[in-house]
Design a protein around this ligand. Structure first.
Ligand code: AMP
Length: 324
């Protein structure tokens, strides 16, 4: 078990799962591996262990992951949500980021998350912001009931996918001995070879190299230890990628001596906004991200700029102030 004790919440959560016949599992917008992995891990575990219940999953699809690693999302008619259902929301700190507004109609809400607890929107809130990933937390929950409700090979594969991606394949500071225990348990379920999972998640096409070339040619380094690249709409078109992939090469700027904060800024033209992904080696960037319509973790946060010319220099100087 994880060192923190969530027994009371876990028991209440399973009681509620047993109570409801209709369950919908949600997660955050612009999903990453942990959002998809925790959502689909939960869905699979529920379907395996509670076969008489109606279990659904909603949210947008992803160009990178859908149909490669995770199934196409369901589209439920709005009227579906008019009857009682339990909402389980994974990996989402605040309500504005829950992908699908219908979660609001749920009779009861269980939140599983590892972002800072900005909003306690659940009836049960199982939140641990020091744990590496929502998948690690959800696996801990499932292990608590493992004798009665086991984790199948497929559920383990989804959970492992989120664990691996949110830890950058077990290299981030959030990784603890317990993370490895969870990884060991999930992989011992006989999931498909780990190599195959990594192939699904990380295999890229040639456009990724074209993109990488662009990033290397356009990276900007600031004296105080910030690095970034900007992708305007015209750049995305020239490279041949969608804005969703903008952050794909962020890690090119990690582990570079003297670079304390790095980020990418991607224009989303149809919305008139610029999406920023910020990372740092040690500094807590989440406060600055919140100031610019975002949030996230201490070392990995996201923000949105609505007036690029005005806000970008301010964002940079706020980040520089952190370095000082
Ligand atoms: P990203 O740069 O999109 O990979 O996001 C990094 C982390 O920050 C992820 O854990 C996101 O869930 C979180 N995050 C991104 N955008 C926001 C936001 N607007 N509000 C709160 N958290 C966010």
């Amino acid at each position: 078990m994880y060192e923190k004790d969530y027994k009371k919440e876990y028991k209440l959560a399973i009681k509620k799962i047993k109570e409801f016949n209709r369950i919908v599992v949600f997660r955050h917008q612009r999903p990453d591996g942990d959002a998809f992995g925790s959502q689909m891990g939960m869905v699979t575990w529920l379907k395996d262990n509670f076969p008489n219940k109606e279990v659904h999953f909603v949210g947008e699809n992803s160009i990178t992951y859908t149909d490669v690693m995770y199934p196409v999302m369901e589209t439920l008619d709005d009227s579906f949500f008019d009857q009682d259902f339990l909402a389980i929301v994974c990996d989402t700190g605040d309500t504005k980021r829950i992908d699908n507004e219908n979660w609001k109609k749920a009779k009861y809400v269980i939140k599983f998350d590892h972002h800072p607890a900005v909003e306690l929107y659940g009836n049960i809130n199982i939140i641990e912001n020091e744990i590496s990933s929502c998948c690690e937390l959800i696996t801990d929950f499932m292990l608590f009931f493992k004798k009665k409700y086991p984790i199948s090979k497929l559920a383990a594969m989804y959970l492992f996918s989120g664990l691996a991606t949110d830890t950058g394949r077990f290299q981030f500071s959030s990784v603890t001995p317990y993370t490895y225990q969870i990884a060991s348990y999930l992989t011992s379920k006989g999931i498909v070879p780990i190599y195959d999972i990594y192939q699904k998640i990380y295999l890229k096409d040639v456009s990724s190299l074209v993109f990488q070339k662009f990033v290397l040619n356009h990276m900007v380094f600031l004296e105080k230890g910030i690095a970034y690249y900007i992708l305007k709409d015209e750049d995305l078109k020239e490279i041949g990628i969608t804005d969703e992939r903008g952050k794909e090469h962020l890690s090119l700027m990690s582990n570079i001596k003297g670079i304390h904060i790095w980020m990418c800024i991607t224009e989303i033209k149809e919305k008139g906004e610029w999406r920023v992904s910020i990372r740092s080696s040690r500094l807590d960037i989440s406060g600055v991200a919140s100031k610019y319509h975002g949030g996230g973790h201490m070392q990995a946060s996201g923000a949105t700029l609505y007036d690029f010319e005005k806000e970008f220099p301010l964002l940079v100087s706020d980040l520089e102030a952190l370095i000082k």
